[in-house]
Ligand binder design. Structure first.
Ligand code: ZN
Length: 172
């Protein structure tokens, strides 16, 4: 059974060029996250890339602004991608998100049959890909999800930590 957390069976040069592509798309996800942070939301951003390598959807955390507990970056990006592709099945697509998805988003990622999930930093509080729980590999999942973790990890972590540090200091 393939290990879901490793890119497999490629020569190192291909792996490196794929890594650069993952970094590049994660930069876009970080920009969405920054926009959320600037608007007073916890900075989390996501983008969806189609099988041709085109960015087809993006999302940023909008929970506070929309007063919507489901308005996480991943949900917004998945909904938008499904609408554009006119299909709920996103098995040809890759989702990039700056923070490890929560249980709700991990569930939506499985429901959408996403081809590949790439995320930035582990979430020790609600991370449901591997840190607190592993929804994609659980008995509740009917989809074997490929996952690459730790792309732009330090940038993703710094963005979140900086945002929380700012918020704490502005409350004093
Ligand atoms: Zn979520």
């Amino acid at each position: 059974m393939p290990n879901a957390h490793c890119p497999l069976n490629k020569n190192m040069l291909t792996e490196y060029s794929e890594y650069l592509i993952h970094r590049q798309w994660m930069t876009h996800a970080l920009e969405f996250a920054q926009a959320a942070g600037n608007a007073g939301e916890v900075p989390v951003g996501a983008v969806v890339i189609d099988s041709f390598g085109n960015l087809i959807a993006g999302g940023e955390n909008r929970k506070e602004r929309d007063k919507d507990p489901t308005a996480h970056a991943e949900i917004i990006a998945i909904r938008s991608a499904a609408k554009i592709l006119q299909s709920w099945r996103l098995n040809e697509c890759t989702l990039y998100v700056t923070l490890e998805p929560c249980p709700m988003c991990a569930g939506a990622i499985v429901q959408a049959r996403l081809g590949l999930l790439v995320y930035g930093v582990d979430d020790p509080k609600t991370g449901s890909i591997r840190t607190v729980a592993n929804i994609p590999d659980s008995a509740a999942s009917n989809h074997r999800l490929r996952v690459i973790a730790g792309v732009q990890e330090s940038n993703s972590r710094q963005q979140l930590q900086g945002w929380f540090a700012n918020r704490r200091s502005s409350k004093i």
